[in-house]
Design a protein around this ligand. Sequence first.
Ligand SMILES: Nc1ncnc2c1ncn2[C@@H]1O[C@H](COP(=O)(O)OP(=O)(O)O)[C@@H](O)[C@H]1O
Ligand SMILES: N[C@@H](CC(=O)OP(=O)(O)O)C(=O)O
Length: 512
Amino acid sequence: MALVVQKYGGSSVSDVDAMRRVARRIVATRKAGNTVVVVVSAMGDTTDELLDQAAALTSDAPAREMDILLSAGERISMALLAMAVGELGVPARAYTGAQAGVLTDSKYGKASIVGVLPERVARSIQTGAVAIVAGFQGINEVEDTTTLGRGGSDTTAVALAAALNADVCEIYTDVDGLFTADPRIVPTAKRIESLSSEETLELAAHGAKILHLRAVEYARRFGVPLHVRSSFSDKTGTWIYDGRRQGAFVPSVVATQLDDVVAADIATPGSPATPASPASAITPASSASQGNSPAAAAPPSNPAGLDDGPSAAAVDTAHRNAIAARAQARPRPSAKEDHVEAPVISGIAHDRSQDKITLVGVPDVPGAAARIFAIVAGTDANIDMIVQDVSAEGTGLTNISFTCPSGDSATARAALESAREELGFRSLHFNPDIGILSLVGAGMRSNPGVSARLFGALSEAGVNIHMISTSEIRISVVVDDAALDEAVRAVHSAFGLDAQAAEAVVYGGTGR
Ligand SMILES: Nc1ncnc2c1ncn2[C@@H]1O[C@H](COP(=O)(O)OP(=O)(O)O)[C@@H](O)[C@H]1O
Ligand SMILES: N[C@@H](CC(=O)OP(=O)(O)O)C(=O)O
């Protein structure tokens, strides 16, 4: 018996028929003998529609109220899905992020998880029910609802999978896994069988929206095996797993900084909760399973008075034992590193969500870049690429360009403009019509000529390059937004990634 966390994205629960289809899959997984925890996103494009409604009322929505609004989409889904599962004869209980113990900081709209206390979820599954959790949301220290940023339900799922020590976190979506490029742009894209978390991180960080970046980081850190697959087919999807696991994580009454160090410790049954230090927060399965007296496994009455089943202490003990047993005998998908030869290029990501800002005529003196980016950092904008031109001869001036998410660029621009005198630049140019193509592959490290082939393919397709940046396993180029799709297709072909026979199917979703 495995503990499976399944996450269903908005495209998988777009209407009540889709809810029924998903409910059948959940019940089948349960009836196959697994314990199932479900994380669900808002139906279809609900989140975008809620954003549109708020924008129609105000251009300056308060962040706190915005999070209350946006969290409603996932709450509708969790309740409806619990009803659909219940209709199929399997008990299901719905939990908001707060009820599921997803604790966050107070950055409304892009909150980070600081702890997970999934006791009600653990009690629920202990009684044989399916726990259905609203994704993308949590609760902060003043008990306000927070949201985790667009696409954040993936992170909820991985955080719960880590806290519950699930065997696998399945990410269900509207395509059959992670492909060599977005199948909506490249119909000849190939499904990737398994991918290292390092390459997946690069793809997710550079626009492959099928996975939330923080979910991949989280899964990598805690060794949670990810299986990205379609809720519309029974095909195997893409496994993301490096074959390492840092230990078992168990439901907890303590927590610490989760995005830095995921906390999941377990209190001695019956003892009061005590905060854990980050160092003690990670409890290996072997030590977690020590010291449990068999008597403690008998379910006593429920002291908290909650209706989710036996008490936390009883569940903790039983759960720890089950976790320890599972950790011993867990089958593992093969990691990509196990393959004899990995392809040079794993995939291509594209990103339309960035703007380009150029400061023209920046004094070419030590400390100029430091001052500029300190001001940008003060606006909380997340900078991606940075390019500084060679100083024009005799002028002592240079140009500095950078890209940042469109949502952050207005504040970054305003902050820079207001510091213009101090920074001494001549003018600020802004280009929102850019796209970024990123070529990713661990094989780049040992294969020369990748950039030459990339630039050759773009040149043949007549695509002009505005900026270039590289990492060890990635090359990114900024091009015109209008040329981006063509650029992705050209590069995909140039690296021999096209499938012989069409294999990419987009089953649903609007691509919004
Ligand atoms: N490399 C890729 N492989 C597969 N899908 C991708 C890739 N890059 C982008 N996508 C897009 O991600 C979409 C799924 O993500 P999303 O719309 O967030 O799904 P969900 O509604 O399930 O959360 C796919 O429909 C596809 O268009
Ligand atoms: N509903 C939220 C959170 C989420 O993760 O959605 P999805 O799983 O459909 O990408 C959003 O649209 O951002």
